[in-house]
Design a protein around this ligand. Structure first.
Ligand code: PEP
Length: 264
């Protein structure tokens, strides 16, 4: 498959993880919104559940989407501690992460659970960012593409081509998340290209050309430009650097440059 220079709108998401308190989160989102200006990039932030309402109130009227870091696939009932898609939508959430490596590896989420959550999120009309990626050991044993394929095939089991239009794949090598180590642009491009080929095989070429595949793993202002210059890297999922409004803004700016290049 050749990579088409398709003008997929870049997506930049800020995963705040279990960071900030109410006032820090409010100050951070105010700085992000104030610094944004006009943009050709889809921008989202994923604050902790308990602050979502306050953050959403501040983003109201801006182009920043508010997302959730997780969800539960049942609609309601005896699931202590869990949050449904209806509850998220009630709090103005329009996008959600599934399968983040910390949920897979720290909280032991299985491929099956990630699939259930992914389908529930898509059924609810939420833009769903399905996170996948290999561990260092898997990379060193040459298993990167096989691990990505297994996680995508199971994550998307039962997901139709139509639903795919509201899905983003985040390739996040586990060894690069929160470590300061980043995949080289060429290595990340190779992984993204293989993922796009897989989507062509599982669905068709149109779906592969249209789907956004974003990179996550210590993306920061210093490396965002070269990563986002790669033909198959359609944006970023940002952890640490999303907690500093200026750094997050600089990454969005790098994605704006990508958008201008693709259109121009
Ligand atoms: C993430 O949490 O998805 C992530 C990529 O984190 P970091 O940017 O800190 O590596």
């Amino acid at each position: 498959m050749s990579t088409k220079n398709t003008p997929r709108t870049p997506f930049v998401g800020g995963n705040w993880k279990m960071n900030t308190n109410a006032s820090e989160g409010a100050a951070l989102i105010r700085s992000i919104v104030d610094g944004l200006g006009s943009t050709s990039v889809d921008v989202a932030v994923y604050p902790p559940f308990v602050y979502i309402r306050e953050i959403a109130a501040i983003t109201n009227g801006s182009s920043v989407q508010v997302g959730a870091q997780d969800l539960y696939h049942a609609s309601n009932g005896a699931f202590t501690g869990e949050i449904s898609t209806d509850m998220l939508k009630d709090c103005s959430v329009s996008t959600v992460l599934t399968g983040h490596s910390e949920r897979r590896h720290v909280l032991q989420e299985t491929n099956e659970l990630v699939n259930q959550k992914t389908k529930a999120a898509l059924n609810a009309g939420l833009t769903t960012v399905l996170c996948i990626g290999e561990t260092l050991d898997q990379r060193e044993h040459g298993k990167t593409d096989a691990v990505n394929e297994a996680q995508i095939r199971s994550g998307l089991d039962g997901v139709s081509k139509a639903d795919l239009s509201n899905l983003i794949i985040a390739y996040e090598p586990v060894w690069a998340i929160g470590t300061g180590m980043t995949a080289t642009p060429d290595d990340a491009q190779d992984a993204h290209h293989a993922i796009r080929e897989l989507i062509a095989n599982m669905y068709d070429q149109d779906a592969a050309d249209a789907i956004r595949i974003i990179y996550g793993g210590s993306m920061k202002p210093a490396n965002a430009g070269e990563l986002l210059a790669m033909p198959d890297i359609d944006g970023g999922l940002i952890g640490g650097a999303s907690l500093v409004a200026g750094d997050f803004g600089a990454i969005i700016e790098a994605a704006n440059v990508r958008a201008a290049t693709l259109v121009g």
